[in-house]
Write a protein of this length. Sequence first.
Length: 257
Amino acid sequence: MKKLIVRILIGVVVLVVIVMLAVHFFLDGAIKRGVETIGAKLMQVEVKLDSVSLSLLSGSGKVKGLVVGNPEGFRTPSAIGVGVAGLAIQPGSIFSHKVVVRSVTVEAPEITVEGSLHGSNLSKILDNLKASTGGEDKAAATPKAAKAGKKLQVDEFVVTGGKVHVSFAGLAGNSATLALPELRLKDLGAGPEGITPAELTRQVLSALLSRSIEVSSGAVADLRKQAAELGKDAERSAVDSVGKAAKGIGGLLKKSK
Protein backbone atom coordinates (compact mmCIF):
# COMPACT_ATOMS: atom_id res chain seq x y z
CA MET A 1 0.00 0.00 0.00
CA LYS A 2 2.83 2.39 0.89
CA LYS A 3 4.50 1.73 -2.47
CA LEU A 4 1.22 2.45 -4.25
CA ILE A 5 0.78 5.74 -2.35
CA VAL A 6 4.38 6.75 -3.12
CA ARG A 7 3.86 6.00 -6.81
CA ILE A 8 0.64 8.00 -6.86
CA LEU A 9 2.36 10.95 -5.16
CA ILE A 10 5.26 10.77 -7.61
CA GLY A 11 2.80 10.68 -10.48
CA VAL A 12 0.94 13.71 -9.12
CA VAL A 13 4.19 15.66 -8.68
CA VAL A 14 5.30 14.84 -12.24
CA LEU A 15 1.89 15.87 -13.58
CA VAL A 16 2.02 19.18 -11.71
CA VAL A 17 5.51 19.88 -13.04
CA ILE A 18 4.40 19.11 -16.61
CA VAL A 19 1.37 21.37 -16.27
CA MET A 20 3.47 24.19 -14.80
CA LEU A 21 5.99 23.88 -17.62
CA ALA A 22 3.23 23.85 -20.22
CA VAL A 23 1.61 26.98 -18.76
CA HIS A 24 5.03 28.60 -18.46
CA PHE A 25 5.90 28.08 -22.11
CA PHE A 26 2.39 28.99 -23.23
CA LEU A 27 2.49 32.29 -21.36
CA ASP A 28 5.95 33.12 -22.66
CA GLY A 29 4.85 32.46 -26.22
CA ALA A 30 1.57 34.34 -25.76
CA ILE A 31 3.35 37.40 -24.36
CA LYS A 32 5.83 37.41 -27.24
CA ARG A 33 3.09 37.11 -29.84
CA GLY A 34 0.98 39.73 -28.08
CA VAL A 35 3.78 42.29 -27.97
CA GLU A 36 4.65 41.79 -31.63
CA THR A 37 1.06 41.69 -32.87
CA ILE A 38 -0.44 44.50 -30.79
CA GLY A 39 2.64 46.68 -31.14
CA ALA A 40 2.64 46.35 -34.93
CA LYS A 41 -1.09 47.12 -35.19
CA LEU A 42 -0.86 50.17 -32.94
CA MET A 43 2.26 51.74 -34.42
CA GLN A 44 2.07 50.42 -38.00
CA VAL A 45 5.73 49.41 -37.91
CA GLU A 46 7.47 46.08 -37.46
CA VAL A 47 7.89 45.01 -33.84
CA LYS A 48 10.20 42.14 -32.95
CA LEU A 49 10.88 40.45 -29.62
CA ASP A 50 13.59 37.84 -29.20
CA SER A 51 12.36 36.12 -26.05
CA VAL A 52 10.24 36.29 -22.91
CA SER A 53 10.87 34.28 -19.76
CA LEU A 54 8.41 34.22 -16.86
CA SER A 55 8.42 32.20 -13.65
CA LEU A 56 4.93 31.45 -12.34
CA LEU A 57 6.31 30.65 -8.90
CA SER A 58 8.21 33.89 -8.29
CA GLY A 59 6.40 36.13 -10.74
CA SER A 60 9.72 37.43 -12.10
CA GLY A 61 10.61 37.55 -15.75
CA LYS A 62 12.74 39.07 -18.47
CA VAL A 63 12.13 40.42 -21.94
CA LYS A 64 15.07 40.39 -24.34
CA GLY A 65 15.70 41.95 -27.71
CA LEU A 66 12.74 44.27 -28.28
CA VAL A 67 13.00 46.29 -31.50
CA VAL A 68 10.48 48.82 -32.80
CA GLY A 69 11.11 49.47 -36.48
CA ASN A 70 10.86 52.70 -38.41
CA PRO A 71 8.06 53.73 -40.77
CA GLU A 72 8.74 53.57 -44.49
CA GLY A 73 10.98 56.31 -45.84
CA PHE A 74 13.44 56.43 -42.95
CA ARG A 75 16.96 55.09 -43.29
CA THR A 76 17.89 54.20 -39.71
CA PRO A 77 17.13 50.54 -38.90
CA SER A 78 14.90 51.15 -35.89
CA ALA A 79 13.22 53.78 -33.73
CA ILE A 80 13.57 51.97 -30.40
CA GLY A 81 15.79 49.11 -29.29
CA VAL A 82 15.76 47.47 -25.85
CA GLY A 83 18.34 44.86 -24.89
CA VAL A 84 16.83 43.70 -21.58
CA ALA A 85 13.75 44.54 -19.55
CA GLY A 86 12.90 42.94 -16.22
CA LEU A 87 9.42 42.53 -14.79
CA ALA A 88 7.84 41.36 -11.56
CA ILE A 89 4.26 40.06 -11.66
CA GLN A 90 1.92 39.20 -8.80
CA PRO A 91 1.80 35.43 -9.49
CA GLY A 92 -1.81 34.82 -8.46
CA SER A 93 -3.08 37.58 -10.76
CA ILE A 94 -2.05 35.65 -13.88
CA PHE A 95 -5.22 33.57 -13.58
CA SER A 96 -7.53 36.54 -12.82
CA HIS A 97 -9.16 39.04 -15.18
CA LYS A 98 -6.45 41.61 -14.43
CA VAL A 99 -2.73 40.83 -14.38
CA VAL A 100 -0.95 42.94 -11.76
CA VAL A 101 2.60 43.86 -12.72
CA ARG A 102 4.51 45.13 -9.71
CA SER A 103 7.36 46.62 -11.72
CA VAL A 104 8.89 46.86 -15.16
CA THR A 105 12.49 48.01 -15.56
CA VAL A 106 13.77 48.80 -19.04
CA GLU A 107 17.56 48.91 -19.15
CA ALA A 108 19.61 50.99 -21.60
CA PRO A 109 17.12 51.53 -24.44
CA GLU A 110 18.43 53.06 -27.68
CA ILE A 111 16.07 55.62 -29.23
CA THR A 112 16.67 57.20 -32.63
CA VAL A 113 15.16 60.56 -33.59
CA GLU A 114 15.46 60.77 -37.38
CA GLY A 115 14.23 63.70 -39.45
CA SER A 116 13.66 64.04 -43.17
CA LEU A 117 11.66 66.19 -45.59
CA HIS A 118 8.66 64.01 -44.74
CA GLY A 119 8.80 64.62 -40.99
CA SER A 120 10.40 62.62 -38.20
CA ASN A 121 10.14 58.91 -37.49
CA LEU A 122 8.78 59.56 -34.00
CA SER A 123 6.10 61.94 -35.25
CA LYS A 124 4.98 59.31 -37.77
CA ILE A 125 4.78 56.61 -35.09
CA LEU A 126 2.82 58.99 -32.87
CA ASP A 127 0.41 59.73 -35.70
CA ASN A 128 -0.13 56.00 -36.09
CA LEU A 129 -0.74 55.63 -32.36
CA LYS A 130 -3.28 58.45 -32.41
CA ALA A 131 -5.09 56.86 -35.34
CA SER A 132 -5.18 53.49 -33.56
CA THR A 133 -6.22 54.57 -30.08
CA GLY A 134 -7.17 58.26 -30.01
CA GLY A 135 -9.88 58.73 -32.62
CA GLU A 136 -13.40 59.98 -32.02
CA ASP A 137 -14.62 56.44 -31.46
CA LYS A 138 -11.78 55.09 -29.37
CA ALA A 139 -13.31 51.66 -28.91
CA ALA A 140 -13.78 51.23 -32.65
CA ALA A 141 -10.28 52.43 -33.41
CA THR A 142 -8.55 50.08 -30.97
CA PRO A 143 -7.43 46.80 -32.59
CA LYS A 144 -9.52 43.77 -31.60
CA ALA A 145 -6.41 41.99 -30.36
CA ALA A 146 -5.77 44.87 -27.97
CA LYS A 147 -9.33 44.88 -26.58
CA ALA A 148 -9.61 41.14 -26.07
CA GLY A 149 -8.11 39.18 -23.22
CA LYS A 150 -6.85 40.25 -19.84
CA LYS A 151 -6.49 43.77 -18.49
CA LEU A 152 -3.30 45.07 -16.92
CA GLN A 153 -2.12 47.09 -13.95
CA VAL A 154 1.50 48.27 -13.78
CA ASP A 155 2.47 49.72 -10.40
CA GLU A 156 5.81 51.09 -11.59
CA PHE A 157 7.44 51.41 -15.02
CA VAL A 158 11.08 52.56 -15.01
CA VAL A 159 13.42 53.34 -17.90
CA THR A 160 17.10 53.74 -16.98
CA GLY A 161 20.42 54.24 -18.78
CA GLY A 162 18.86 55.15 -22.11
CA LYS A 163 20.43 56.96 -25.04
CA VAL A 164 18.89 59.16 -27.71
CA HIS A 165 20.50 59.28 -31.16
CA VAL A 166 19.64 62.36 -33.21
CA SER A 167 20.07 62.04 -36.99
CA PHE A 168 18.81 64.05 -39.96
CA ALA A 169 18.86 63.29 -43.67
CA GLY A 170 20.81 65.81 -45.71
CA LEU A 171 23.23 66.61 -42.88
CA ALA A 172 25.73 63.85 -43.54
CA GLY A 173 28.07 63.37 -40.61
CA ASN A 174 26.05 65.63 -38.33
CA SER A 175 24.45 63.57 -35.58
CA ALA A 176 24.47 63.44 -31.81
CA THR A 177 24.02 60.93 -29.00
CA LEU A 178 22.63 62.10 -25.68
CA ALA A 179 21.80 60.49 -22.34
CA LEU A 180 18.13 59.89 -21.58
CA PRO A 181 17.22 60.85 -17.99
CA GLU A 182 15.47 58.21 -15.92
CA LEU A 183 11.78 57.90 -16.69
CA ARG A 184 9.47 56.63 -13.92
CA LEU A 185 5.73 56.06 -14.38
CA LYS A 186 3.45 54.88 -11.57
CA ASP A 187 -0.02 53.37 -11.10
CA LEU A 188 -0.78 52.61 -14.73
CA GLY A 189 -4.17 50.91 -14.82
CA ALA A 190 -4.72 51.23 -11.07
CA GLY A 191 -8.31 50.44 -10.12
CA PRO A 192 -10.63 47.46 -10.50
CA GLU A 193 -10.87 47.53 -14.31
CA GLY A 194 -7.22 48.02 -15.23
CA ILE A 195 -6.23 49.02 -18.77
CA THR A 196 -5.83 47.20 -22.06
CA PRO A 197 -2.37 46.38 -23.47
CA ALA A 198 -3.12 48.97 -26.17
CA GLU A 199 -3.70 51.76 -23.66
CA LEU A 200 -0.63 50.74 -21.65
CA THR A 201 1.46 50.83 -24.84
CA ARG A 202 0.15 54.29 -25.68
CA GLN A 203 0.85 55.77 -22.25
CA VAL A 204 4.35 54.34 -21.93
CA LEU A 205 5.44 55.04 -25.49
CA SER A 206 4.02 58.58 -25.42
CA ALA A 207 5.97 59.40 -22.26
CA LEU A 208 9.15 57.80 -23.62
CA LEU A 209 9.02 59.60 -26.96
CA SER A 210 8.15 62.87 -25.24
CA ARG A 211 11.21 62.58 -23.01
CA SER A 212 13.38 61.64 -26.01
CA ILE A 213 12.36 64.72 -27.98
CA GLU A 214 12.87 66.96 -24.95
CA VAL A 215 16.39 65.59 -24.57
CA SER A 216 17.17 65.97 -28.26
CA SER A 217 16.04 69.62 -28.42
CA GLY A 218 19.53 70.94 -27.72
CA ALA A 219 21.06 68.85 -30.47
CA VAL A 220 18.25 69.90 -32.79
CA ALA A 221 19.06 73.55 -32.16
CA ASP A 222 22.71 72.95 -33.06
CA LEU A 223 21.78 71.09 -36.23
CA ARG A 224 19.31 73.82 -37.20
CA LYS A 225 22.10 76.38 -36.81
CA GLN A 226 24.37 74.31 -39.03
CA ALA A 227 21.62 74.02 -41.62
CA ALA A 228 21.06 77.80 -41.55
CA GLU A 229 24.77 78.38 -42.07
CA LEU A 230 24.71 76.03 -45.03
CA GLY A 231 21.70 77.92 -46.37
CA LYS A 232 19.88 74.80 -47.53
CA ASP A 233 16.11 74.79 -47.20
CA ALA A 234 15.96 70.99 -47.37
CA GLU A 235 18.15 70.55 -44.32
CA ARG A 236 16.23 73.20 -42.36
CA SER A 237 12.95 71.45 -43.14
CA ALA A 238 14.34 68.13 -41.97
CA VAL A 239 15.44 69.55 -38.63
CA ASP A 240 12.18 71.46 -38.09
CA SER A 241 10.25 68.19 -38.30
CA VAL A 242 11.14 67.45 -34.67
CA GLY A 243 9.05 70.42 -33.56
CA LYS A 244 6.02 68.82 -35.21
CA ALA A 245 6.73 65.60 -33.33
CA ALA A 246 6.78 67.47 -30.01
CA LYS A 247 3.36 69.01 -30.71
CA GLY A 248 1.97 65.61 -31.61
CA ILE A 249 3.21 64.15 -28.37
CA GLY A 250 1.60 66.93 -26.36
CA GLY A 251 -1.80 66.19 -27.82
CA LEU A 252 -1.39 62.47 -27.34
CA LEU A 253 -0.39 62.86 -23.71
CA LYS A 254 -3.48 64.99 -22.99
CA LYS A 255 -5.72 62.25 -24.38
CA SER A 256 -4.02 59.56 -22.33
CA LYS A 257 -4.79 61.28 -19.02
